[in-house]
Design a protein around this ligand. Structure first.
Ligand code: KG4
Ligand code: ZN
Length: 382
Protein backbone atom coordinates (compact mmCIF):
# COMPACT_ATOMS: atom_id res chain seq x y z
CA UNK A 1 0.00 0.00 0.00
CA UNK A 2 1.34 3.43 -0.96
CA UNK A 3 0.32 6.47 1.07
CA UNK A 4 1.40 9.59 -0.77
CA UNK A 5 1.27 13.12 0.62
CA UNK A 6 0.79 15.62 -2.21
CA UNK A 7 1.73 19.30 -1.94
CA UNK A 8 0.65 21.95 -4.46
CA UNK A 9 1.60 25.65 -4.50
CA UNK A 10 1.96 26.62 -8.17
CA UNK A 11 -0.44 29.56 -8.21
CA UNK A 12 -2.79 30.99 -5.56
CA UNK A 13 -3.95 27.83 -3.79
CA UNK A 14 -1.93 26.20 -1.01
CA UNK A 15 -2.98 22.56 -0.98
CA UNK A 16 -2.06 19.25 0.61
CA UNK A 17 -3.70 15.82 0.38
CA UNK A 18 -3.13 12.18 1.22
CA UNK A 19 -4.04 9.61 -1.46
CA UNK A 20 -3.76 5.83 -1.17
CA UNK A 21 -2.50 3.91 -4.21
CA UNK A 22 -3.47 6.69 -6.62
CA UNK A 23 -7.13 5.85 -6.18
CA UNK A 24 -8.43 6.69 -2.71
CA UNK A 25 -8.49 10.24 -1.35
CA UNK A 26 -7.97 10.14 2.41
CA UNK A 27 -7.88 13.93 2.68
CA UNK A 28 -7.70 17.04 0.51
CA UNK A 29 -7.14 20.49 1.98
CA UNK A 30 -7.13 23.64 -0.17
CA UNK A 31 -6.49 27.14 1.18
CA UNK A 32 -7.42 29.76 -1.44
CA UNK A 33 -5.74 33.14 -1.24
CA UNK A 34 -8.31 35.92 -1.10
CA UNK A 35 -5.66 38.65 -1.11
CA UNK A 36 -5.54 38.78 -4.94
CA UNK A 37 -9.18 39.66 -5.58
CA UNK A 38 -8.68 43.40 -5.18
CA UNK A 39 -5.95 43.31 -7.88
CA UNK A 40 -8.06 41.40 -10.42
CA UNK A 41 -5.36 38.76 -10.81
CA UNK A 42 -2.63 36.85 -8.99
CA UNK A 43 0.23 38.98 -7.64
CA UNK A 44 3.31 36.69 -7.56
CA UNK A 45 4.98 38.17 -4.44
CA UNK A 46 1.73 38.05 -2.47
CA UNK A 47 1.19 34.45 -3.60
CA UNK A 48 4.61 33.32 -2.35
CA UNK A 49 4.16 35.08 0.99
CA UNK A 50 0.68 33.61 1.48
CA UNK A 51 1.97 30.11 0.66
CA UNK A 52 4.64 30.53 3.34
CA UNK A 53 1.97 31.37 5.89
CA UNK A 54 -0.39 28.58 4.89
CA UNK A 55 1.82 25.62 4.03
CA UNK A 56 2.54 24.17 7.49
CA UNK A 57 -1.07 24.29 8.79
CA UNK A 58 -2.43 22.97 5.46
CA UNK A 59 -0.07 19.96 5.47
CA UNK A 60 -0.80 19.32 9.15
CA UNK A 61 -4.55 19.35 8.47
CA UNK A 62 -4.20 17.02 5.45
CA UNK A 63 -2.36 14.49 7.63
CA UNK A 64 -4.79 14.77 10.53
CA UNK A 65 -7.88 14.60 8.25
CA UNK A 66 -6.42 11.43 6.71
CA UNK A 67 -5.59 10.09 10.21
CA UNK A 68 -2.08 9.38 8.99
CA UNK A 69 1.09 10.06 10.95
CA UNK A 70 4.05 11.34 8.89
CA UNK A 71 6.06 8.16 9.61
CA UNK A 72 3.44 6.10 7.78
CA UNK A 73 3.76 8.02 4.52
CA UNK A 74 5.35 6.16 1.60
CA UNK A 75 6.46 9.29 -0.27
CA UNK A 76 6.01 13.02 -0.59
CA UNK A 77 4.95 14.45 -3.96
CA UNK A 78 5.20 18.09 -4.94
CA UNK A 79 4.36 20.24 -7.96
CA UNK A 80 7.57 21.16 -9.78
CA UNK A 81 5.91 23.36 -12.43
CA UNK A 82 4.57 24.97 -14.49
CA UNK A 83 3.57 27.93 -12.34
CA UNK A 84 4.94 30.95 -10.51
CA UNK A 85 8.57 30.29 -9.56
CA UNK A 86 8.38 31.90 -6.11
CA UNK A 87 5.12 30.13 -5.30
CA UNK A 88 6.41 26.74 -6.51
CA UNK A 89 9.58 27.12 -4.43
CA UNK A 90 7.59 27.35 -1.20
CA UNK A 91 5.98 23.94 -1.80
CA UNK A 92 9.20 22.40 -3.08
CA UNK A 93 11.32 23.61 -0.14
CA UNK A 94 8.72 22.40 2.33
CA UNK A 95 8.37 19.01 0.62
CA UNK A 96 12.14 18.57 0.43
CA UNK A 97 12.61 19.40 4.10
CA UNK A 98 9.83 17.00 5.09
CA UNK A 99 11.17 14.20 2.88
CA UNK A 100 14.65 14.70 4.30
CA UNK A 101 13.50 14.83 7.92
CA UNK A 102 11.32 11.72 7.52
CA UNK A 103 13.75 9.90 5.23
CA UNK A 104 11.03 9.38 2.58
CA UNK A 105 11.34 9.60 -1.20
CA UNK A 106 10.40 12.83 -2.94
CA UNK A 107 8.43 12.78 -6.22
CA UNK A 108 8.23 15.73 -8.63
CA UNK A 109 4.91 16.17 -10.46
CA UNK A 110 3.97 18.31 -13.45
CA UNK A 111 0.91 20.40 -12.51
CA UNK A 112 -0.78 19.64 -15.86
CA UNK A 113 -0.31 15.91 -15.37
CA UNK A 114 -1.90 16.48 -11.97
CA UNK A 115 -5.02 17.96 -13.59
CA UNK A 116 -5.31 14.91 -15.87
CA UNK A 117 -4.90 12.57 -12.90
CA UNK A 118 -7.66 14.37 -11.00
CA UNK A 119 -10.04 12.66 -13.42
CA UNK A 120 -8.23 9.32 -13.33
CA UNK A 121 -8.17 9.36 -9.51
CA UNK A 122 -11.91 9.87 -9.24
CA UNK A 123 -12.66 7.33 -11.95
CA UNK A 124 -10.56 4.73 -10.13
CA UNK A 125 -12.17 5.71 -6.85
CA UNK A 126 -15.55 5.01 -8.48
CA UNK A 127 -14.34 1.61 -9.70
CA UNK A 128 -13.63 2.57 -13.33
CA UNK A 129 -10.09 1.25 -13.85
CA UNK A 130 -10.05 0.73 -17.61
CA UNK A 131 -10.54 3.69 -19.91
CA UNK A 132 -10.83 3.09 -23.63
CA UNK A 133 -7.92 4.39 -25.67
CA UNK A 134 -7.05 6.63 -27.47
CA UNK A 135 -7.51 9.07 -24.58
CA UNK A 136 -7.57 12.79 -25.34
CA UNK A 137 -7.30 15.34 -22.51
CA UNK A 138 -8.26 19.00 -22.58
CA UNK A 139 -6.52 20.84 -19.74
CA UNK A 140 -8.31 24.16 -19.52
CA UNK A 141 -7.31 26.46 -16.68
CA UNK A 142 -6.07 29.93 -15.81
CA UNK A 143 -2.69 29.24 -17.38
CA UNK A 144 -3.40 26.57 -20.00
CA UNK A 145 -5.67 25.50 -22.80
CA UNK A 146 -3.83 22.41 -23.94
CA UNK A 147 -4.90 19.25 -25.76
CA UNK A 148 -2.92 16.08 -25.10
CA UNK A 149 -3.12 12.59 -26.55
CA UNK A 150 -2.39 10.36 -23.56
CA UNK A 151 -0.85 6.90 -23.60
CA UNK A 152 -0.38 4.42 -20.80
CA UNK A 153 2.58 2.02 -20.72
CA UNK A 154 2.13 -0.24 -17.73
CA UNK A 155 1.51 2.17 -14.88
CA UNK A 156 3.29 5.09 -16.59
CA UNK A 157 1.66 7.75 -18.70
CA UNK A 158 3.04 9.81 -21.59
CA UNK A 159 1.48 12.84 -23.24
CA UNK A 160 1.66 14.31 -26.71
CA UNK A 161 0.64 17.93 -27.15
CA UNK A 162 -1.59 18.29 -30.24
CA UNK A 163 -3.07 21.75 -29.63
CA UNK A 164 -2.62 24.74 -27.37
CA UNK A 165 -3.62 28.34 -27.01
CA UNK A 166 -1.58 30.73 -29.08
CA UNK A 167 -2.22 33.61 -26.68
CA UNK A 168 -4.49 33.75 -23.61
CA UNK A 169 -5.67 30.62 -21.81
CA UNK A 170 -9.45 30.20 -21.54
CA UNK A 171 -9.42 30.83 -17.77
CA UNK A 172 -7.30 33.91 -18.32
CA UNK A 173 -9.95 35.23 -20.73
CA UNK A 174 -12.66 34.64 -18.09
CA UNK A 175 -10.50 36.44 -15.51
CA UNK A 176 -9.63 39.37 -17.78
CA UNK A 177 -13.22 39.89 -18.90
CA UNK A 178 -14.43 39.81 -15.28
CA UNK A 179 -11.76 42.35 -14.34
CA UNK A 180 -12.69 44.54 -17.30
CA UNK A 181 -16.35 44.49 -16.25
CA UNK A 182 -15.57 45.17 -12.57
CA UNK A 183 -16.77 41.74 -11.47
CA UNK A 184 -13.78 40.74 -9.31
CA UNK A 185 -11.37 37.80 -9.32
CA UNK A 186 -11.40 34.91 -10.17
CA UNK A 187 -13.66 35.59 -13.12
CA UNK A 188 -14.78 32.07 -14.07
CA UNK A 189 -17.09 31.31 -11.15
CA UNK A 190 -18.83 34.71 -11.19
CA UNK A 191 -19.30 34.67 -14.99
CA UNK A 192 -20.62 31.09 -14.78
CA UNK A 193 -23.23 32.05 -12.16
CA UNK A 194 -24.18 35.40 -13.68
CA UNK A 195 -24.62 33.91 -17.17
CA UNK A 196 -27.64 31.93 -15.98
CA UNK A 197 -29.54 35.23 -15.77
CA UNK A 198 -28.52 36.60 -19.18
CA UNK A 199 -29.34 36.08 -22.84
CA UNK A 200 -26.44 34.21 -24.52
CA UNK A 201 -27.55 35.63 -27.87
CA UNK A 202 -27.76 39.20 -26.54
CA UNK A 203 -24.38 40.22 -27.93
CA UNK A 204 -22.83 38.78 -31.05
CA UNK A 205 -19.26 37.45 -30.90
CA UNK A 206 -17.47 36.71 -34.15
CA UNK A 207 -16.09 33.15 -34.36
CA UNK A 208 -12.42 32.80 -33.37
CA UNK A 209 -10.19 32.87 -36.44
CA UNK A 210 -6.83 31.14 -36.44
CA UNK A 211 -4.36 31.19 -39.27
CA UNK A 212 -3.18 27.64 -39.81
CA UNK A 213 0.44 27.09 -40.49
CA UNK A 214 1.38 24.10 -42.59
CA UNK A 215 3.10 22.09 -39.87
CA UNK A 216 3.02 18.62 -38.48
CA UNK A 217 0.91 18.63 -35.37
CA UNK A 218 1.33 15.08 -34.27
CA UNK A 219 3.92 12.41 -34.88
CA UNK A 220 1.16 9.86 -34.31
CA UNK A 221 -0.67 11.07 -37.37
CA UNK A 222 2.53 10.90 -39.36
CA UNK A 223 3.38 7.42 -38.08
CA UNK A 224 -0.09 6.17 -38.95
CA UNK A 225 0.34 7.58 -42.44
CA UNK A 226 -2.63 9.84 -41.84
CA UNK A 227 -2.85 13.24 -43.50
CA UNK A 228 -1.53 16.15 -41.42
CA UNK A 229 -4.61 17.42 -39.60
CA UNK A 230 -5.80 20.93 -39.00
CA UNK A 231 -4.10 22.64 -36.15
CA UNK A 232 -6.00 22.09 -32.91
CA UNK A 233 -4.80 25.40 -31.51
CA UNK A 234 -6.95 27.89 -29.60
CA UNK A 235 -6.84 31.69 -29.30
CA UNK A 236 -8.75 33.76 -26.75
CA UNK A 237 -7.19 37.21 -26.62
CA UNK A 238 -9.59 38.34 -29.36
CA UNK A 239 -12.59 37.53 -27.15
CA UNK A 240 -11.31 39.87 -24.47
CA UNK A 241 -10.70 42.59 -27.06
CA UNK A 242 -14.25 42.13 -28.38
CA UNK A 243 -15.64 42.68 -24.87
CA UNK A 244 -13.44 45.74 -24.44
CA UNK A 245 -14.67 47.19 -27.73
CA UNK A 246 -18.27 46.55 -26.71
CA UNK A 247 -17.70 48.32 -23.39
CA UNK A 248 -16.26 51.31 -25.19
CA UNK A 249 -18.88 51.63 -27.92
CA UNK A 250 -21.70 51.26 -25.38
CA UNK A 251 -20.36 53.76 -22.82
CA UNK A 252 -20.31 51.21 -20.01
CA UNK A 253 -17.27 52.63 -18.15
CA UNK A 254 -19.03 54.61 -15.41
CA UNK A 255 -21.32 51.74 -14.45
CA UNK A 256 -18.30 49.40 -14.36
CA UNK A 257 -16.31 51.68 -12.05
CA UNK A 258 -19.29 52.05 -9.72
CA UNK A 259 -19.68 48.28 -9.54
CA UNK A 260 -15.94 47.79 -8.99
CA UNK A 261 -15.98 50.26 -6.08
CA UNK A 262 -19.10 48.73 -4.54
CA UNK A 263 -17.74 45.17 -4.79
CA UNK A 264 -14.39 46.24 -3.32
CA UNK A 265 -16.26 46.99 -0.08
CA UNK A 266 -17.40 43.36 0.21
CA UNK A 267 -14.98 40.57 1.28
CA UNK A 268 -16.70 37.66 -0.45
CA UNK A 269 -19.69 38.98 -2.42
CA UNK A 270 -22.55 36.56 -3.03
CA UNK A 271 -23.91 36.11 -6.55
CA UNK A 272 -27.07 37.98 -5.54
CA UNK A 273 -24.98 40.95 -4.44
CA UNK A 274 -23.05 40.90 -7.73
CA UNK A 275 -26.27 40.55 -9.71
CA UNK A 276 -27.88 43.50 -7.93
CA UNK A 277 -24.93 45.63 -8.95
CA UNK A 278 -25.05 44.52 -12.61
CA UNK A 279 -27.44 45.88 -15.27
CA UNK A 280 -29.24 43.46 -17.63
CA UNK A 281 -27.21 44.52 -20.67
CA UNK A 282 -23.94 43.62 -18.91
CA UNK A 283 -25.41 40.29 -17.83
CA UNK A 284 -26.32 39.58 -21.48
CA UNK A 285 -22.77 40.51 -22.48
CA UNK A 286 -21.36 38.10 -19.88
CA UNK A 287 -23.70 35.27 -20.97
CA UNK A 288 -22.84 35.85 -24.64
CA UNK A 289 -19.11 35.87 -23.87
CA UNK A 290 -19.42 32.58 -21.97
CA UNK A 291 -21.46 30.99 -24.77
CA UNK A 292 -18.85 32.04 -27.34
CA UNK A 293 -16.00 30.65 -25.22
CA UNK A 294 -17.81 27.37 -24.59
CA UNK A 295 -18.80 26.92 -28.23
CA UNK A 296 -15.23 27.46 -29.40
CA UNK A 297 -13.68 25.17 -26.75
CA UNK A 298 -16.14 22.38 -27.49
CA UNK A 299 -16.00 22.71 -31.30
CA UNK A 300 -12.17 22.66 -31.43
CA UNK A 301 -11.92 19.80 -28.95
CA UNK A 302 -14.56 17.70 -30.72
CA UNK A 303 -12.72 18.26 -34.03
CA UNK A 304 -9.59 16.88 -32.32
CA UNK A 305 -11.61 13.95 -30.96
CA UNK A 306 -12.76 13.15 -34.47
CA UNK A 307 -9.36 13.48 -36.12
CA UNK A 308 -7.52 11.49 -33.47
CA UNK A 309 -10.23 8.83 -33.20
CA UNK A 310 -10.30 9.32 -29.41
CA UNK A 311 -12.58 6.94 -27.52
CA UNK A 312 -12.27 8.82 -24.23
CA UNK A 313 -12.14 12.54 -23.55
CA UNK A 314 -10.99 13.99 -20.23
CA UNK A 315 -11.87 17.65 -19.59
CA UNK A 316 -10.02 19.05 -16.60
CA UNK A 317 -8.59 22.21 -14.98
CA UNK A 318 -10.34 25.18 -13.37
CA UNK A 319 -12.50 26.05 -16.39
CA UNK A 320 -13.79 22.45 -16.43
CA UNK A 321 -15.86 23.57 -13.43
CA UNK A 322 -17.96 25.68 -15.81
CA UNK A 323 -21.54 24.41 -15.87
CA UNK A 324 -22.27 25.41 -19.46
CA UNK A 325 -19.00 23.86 -20.67
CA UNK A 326 -19.87 20.57 -18.98
CA UNK A 327 -23.39 20.46 -20.38
CA UNK A 328 -22.23 21.34 -23.90
CA UNK A 329 -19.46 18.72 -23.85
CA UNK A 330 -21.90 16.11 -22.59
CA UNK A 331 -24.30 16.88 -25.45
CA UNK A 332 -21.56 16.83 -28.06
CA UNK A 333 -20.11 13.59 -26.69
CA UNK A 334 -23.56 12.02 -26.66
CA UNK A 335 -23.85 12.73 -30.37
CA UNK A 336 -20.47 11.25 -31.30
CA UNK A 337 -20.16 8.34 -28.87
CA UNK A 338 -16.90 9.44 -27.21
CA UNK A 339 -16.97 8.99 -23.41
CA UNK A 340 -16.35 12.27 -21.62
CA UNK A 341 -15.20 12.54 -18.00
CA UNK A 342 -14.71 15.58 -15.76
CA UNK A 343 -13.33 15.83 -12.25
CA UNK A 344 -15.75 16.72 -9.47
CA UNK A 345 -15.99 20.49 -8.97
CA UNK A 346 -13.62 20.29 -6.00
CA UNK A 347 -10.93 18.57 -8.04
CA UNK A 348 -11.40 20.72 -11.18
CA UNK A 349 -9.57 23.69 -9.71
CA UNK A 350 -6.14 23.44 -8.13
CA UNK A 351 -5.75 20.85 -5.38
CA UNK A 352 -3.12 18.43 -4.09
CA UNK A 353 -5.06 15.15 -4.38
CA UNK A 354 -4.34 15.29 -8.11
CA UNK A 355 -0.62 15.73 -7.39
CA UNK A 356 -0.55 12.73 -5.03
CA UNK A 357 -2.49 10.68 -7.61
CA UNK A 358 -0.17 11.60 -10.49
CA UNK A 359 2.79 10.65 -8.28
CA UNK A 360 1.59 7.08 -7.75
CA UNK A 361 2.82 5.64 -11.11
CA UNK A 362 6.17 7.35 -10.48
CA UNK A 363 6.29 5.80 -7.01
CA UNK A 364 5.69 2.35 -8.50
CA UNK A 365 8.40 2.97 -11.11
CA UNK A 366 10.82 4.32 -8.46
CA UNK A 367 11.08 7.60 -10.36
CA UNK A 368 12.15 9.83 -7.48
CA UNK A 369 13.28 13.44 -7.60
CA UNK A 370 16.94 14.39 -7.15
CA UNK A 371 18.01 16.18 -3.96
CA UNK A 372 18.63 19.38 -5.89
CA UNK A 373 15.07 19.48 -7.30
CA UNK A 374 14.11 23.04 -8.20
CA UNK A 375 11.05 24.86 -9.50
CA UNK A 376 10.50 24.97 -13.26
CA UNK A 377 8.11 27.78 -14.10
CA UNK A 378 7.80 26.64 -17.73
CA UNK A 379 7.90 22.86 -17.22
CA UNK A 380 6.62 21.03 -20.31
CA UNK A 381 4.42 17.91 -20.12
CA UNK A 382 5.50 14.92 -22.22
O1 KG4 B 1 -6.81 25.00 -12.51
P1 KG4 B 1 -6.93 26.31 -11.82
O2 KG4 B 1 -7.48 26.31 -10.41
O3 KG4 B 1 -5.55 27.04 -11.75
C1 KG4 B 1 -4.66 27.04 -12.83
O4 KG4 B 1 -3.93 26.03 -12.97
O5 KG4 B 1 -4.71 28.02 -13.59
O6 KG4 B 1 -7.81 27.24 -12.75
C2 KG4 B 1 -8.15 28.53 -12.38
C3 KG4 B 1 -8.94 29.15 -13.51
C4 KG4 B 1 -9.25 30.62 -13.30
O7 KG4 B 1 -8.94 31.30 -14.50
C5 KG4 B 1 -10.74 30.64 -13.03
O8 KG4 B 1 -11.37 31.82 -13.44
C6 KG4 B 1 -11.21 29.44 -13.82
O9 KG4 B 1 -10.20 28.47 -13.64
N1 KG4 B 1 -12.50 28.93 -13.35
C7 KG4 B 1 -13.63 28.90 -14.10
C8 KG4 B 1 -14.66 28.40 -13.27
N2 KG4 B 1 -14.12 28.11 -12.04
C9 KG4 B 1 -12.79 28.44 -12.11
N3 KG4 B 1 -13.84 29.28 -15.38
C10 KG4 B 1 -15.09 29.16 -15.85
N4 KG4 B 1 -16.14 28.71 -15.12
C11 KG4 B 1 -15.97 28.31 -13.84
N5 KG4 B 1 -17.00 27.86 -13.13
ZN1 ZN C 1 -4.19 24.31 -12.31
Amino acid sequence: MALILGIESSCDETAAAVVRDGEQQLSSVVASQLAHSQYGGVVPEIAAREHLRAIAPVVRKALSDAKVTPEHLSAIAVTQGPGLAGALLVGISYAKALAFALDKPLIAVNHLEGHIHAVLLEQRQAGNHALDFPVLSLVVSGGHTHLYLCEQHGESWTYELIGRTRDDAAGEAFDKVAKLLGLGYPGGPVIDKLSKFGDPHGVRFAPVQIKHEARKVSKRYAQAGKPVPHSHDFSYSGMKTAVLRHVETHNMRDAIEQRRAALAQLTKPTIDQVRNLTDPHTIDLVASFQRAMVNDLVAKTMAAVEESGAATLLVTGGVAANSELRATFENAAGETGVRVYFPSLRLSTDNAAMIAAAAFPKFVAGAFAPEDLSAEAGLVLR
